[in-house]
Design a protein around this ligand. Structure first.
Ligand code: HEC
Ligand code: HEC
Length: 158
């Protein structure tokens, strides 16, 4: 049973990776068709270039991996699309020189690394200290704050 569930989770995850349009429909209000086209164009170019290497660990196929070591390259690409770009409502070029992915020339890329460490710290250290929460493992991610915007809101809409 556990094994079947695991297989299902793997299948679901791959379908999310391979068919990006489905889960995104729910977020229609947060991004335009042109953003979707930007993500998909870049990701399919990178996947074509990688070929079979898309299943290999990030640090063996990419040039400048500091925080996302060890995971398969395709997982990093899924995080770039669903985790980072969609959460902030930006194209890949917000953090990257898109003809030189490994470059750190855009400050937003290093900020994203620091944000990822902050998010981890909130989850593992700060939330973990709060007693009486409903979840056993309360979580926080980029979407929790950003919700499709570069600058998280401080007020609710009027
Ligand atoms: C919010 C910022 C941000 C956005 C938006 C973003 N990335 Fe990234 N990307 C990063 C960071 C940070 C790293 C480096 C991770 C590390 O150091 O482990 C990275 C690494 C990469 C790498 C590996 C580069 C190398 O050779 O080291 C690729 C390829 C990549 N991103 C593709 C994309 C694509 C495609 C998109 C759009 C769908 C995208 N990224 C959107 C922040 C971003
Ligand atoms: C606890 C809330 C919170 C979380 C979680 C969070 N951020 Fe942020 N993020 C902020 C705030 C606040 C700013 C600063 C906005 C400003 O300049 O006033 C910011 C700014 C940024 C910026 C710079 C924006 C720009 O282009 O000027 C990037 C890039 C970014 N975050 C990426 C991420 C990523 C990627 C994640 C998930 C790994 C993440 N953030 C998680 C609150 C958060």
């Amino acid at each position: 049973m556990k094994y079947a569930l695991m297989l299902y989770a793997v299948a679901l995850f791959s379908s999310l990776v391979l068919n990006g349009s489905k889960p995104i429909d729910k977020f229609e209000n947060l991004q335009s068709d042109s953003l979707l086209a930007d993500w998909d164009r870049h990701i399919s170019n990178i996947q074509n270039e990688l070929g079979d290497k898309v299943s290999q660990p990030t640090d063996s196929v990419f040039g400048n991996i500091k925080t996302m070591k060890g995971m398969p390259a395709k997982r990093l690409l899924a995080i770039m699309k669903f985790g980072y770009s969609r959460s902030l409502g930006v194209g890949c070029g917000h953090c990257h020189n898109t003809s030189k992915w490994e470059s750190d020339e855009k400050p937003e890329k290093e900020i994203a690394r620091q944000m990822s460490m902050m998010t981890r710290k909130i989850r593992l250290e700060l939330l973990a200290e709060i007693e009486g929460l409903k979840s056993d493992e309360p979580a926080v991610n980029c979407t929790t704050c950003h919700r499709g915007q570069v600058k998280p809101a401080l007020n609710l809409k009027e």
